[in-house]
Design a protein. Structure first.
Length: 148
């Protein structure tokens, strides 16, 4: 099964000293061991870039240089198939944010779900399971659930 990997999982993989690094790594190992294929959509890549290049003083910023971020992105793209943006994702996103009354920053999460639906991805691995509870169209998994 293809399982979408959220940006927070990728960010924890990048931060080897982060307390959640091992949990993210273990969850991905567990998925691959059982034959699942972790993947990403373009929105996840955009979010990853944003957080990596955001200053440390800012909300959740890693303060990485553009060069280092680009290098990390190339490495991650070798590990995870990337499902590209397509025009039809916008229509799904608009329907989701309207139906679920999504406001503010949560619209980014709705865009991930829209891309998942478009690419027929049913499962999402994330540390932020509460952000996706409203979307009954998908199944949300946490690293703790996957890796035990």
């Amino acid at each position: 099964m293809r399982i979408l990997t959220d940006s927070n999982i990728l960010l924890r993989l990048t931060q080897e000293t982060h307390p959640l690094h091992r949990r993210a790594d273990s969850a991905l190992y567990a998925l691959r061991s059982r034959g699942d294929e972790p993947c990403v959509v373009a929105q996840v890549v955009y979010e990853y870039w944003t957080v990596c290049t955001r200053p440390v003083e800012s909300e959740n910023g890693l303060g990485m240089t553009v060069r280092n971020t680009a290098s990390e992105m190339r490495r991650l793209q070798q590990l995870f198939p990337v499902y590209r943006d397509e025009r039809a994702i916008f229509d799904r996103w608009e329907e989701l944010v309207t139906r679920h009354e999504v406001k503010g920053k949560n619209a980014h999460d709705a865009r991930i779900v829209a891309a998942m639906l478009h690419h027929r991805l049913t499962h999402l691995l994330t540390f932020n399971d509460s952000h996706f509870k409203r979307f009954t169209e998908i199944t949300v998994l946490t690293p703790s659930e996957v890796a035990g």
